[in-house]
Design a protein around this ligand. Structure first.
Ligand SMILES: [Zn+2]
Length: 101
């Protein structure tokens, strides 16, 4: 079966001859770089729709803690940047006040 592949190195599309569900190592005809391609299985592609729906529900549930931890990270980074800016401005104020004296 013919599969259409886009080269990861040069981004050009080319075709390979492979069995379905096979992992094929091939060389790009444009740039010569070797690429490992996992060809999709026709029967599994229908089954993959069902696990995708199952995966969506935990993904939404796990998105809440992820989003929360991301918000905490952003808050922590913001506080660190804010305090470093305050420390920097205080440091510069001390230096400039010492220089003007
Ligand atoms: Zn290429």
């Amino acid at each position: 079966m013919q599969f259409q592949i886009t080269c990861k190195h040069c981004g050009k599309p080319f075709g390979i001859e492979a069995q379905q569900g096979q992992t094929v190592r091939c060389n790009c005809p444009f740039c010569g770089q070797s690429a490992v391609v996992a060809t999709p299985m026709a029967e599994v592609s229908e089954r993959q729709d069902a696990p995708l729906d199952v995966r969506r529900q935990p993904a939404v549930q796990s998105a809440r803690p992820d989003g929360w931890s991301l918000g905490r990270k952003v808050t922590v980074v913001f506080i660190v940047v804010l305090f470093s800016l305050i420390a920097l401005s205080a440091f510069l104020y001390i230096i400039f006040s010492a220089m003007s004296n």
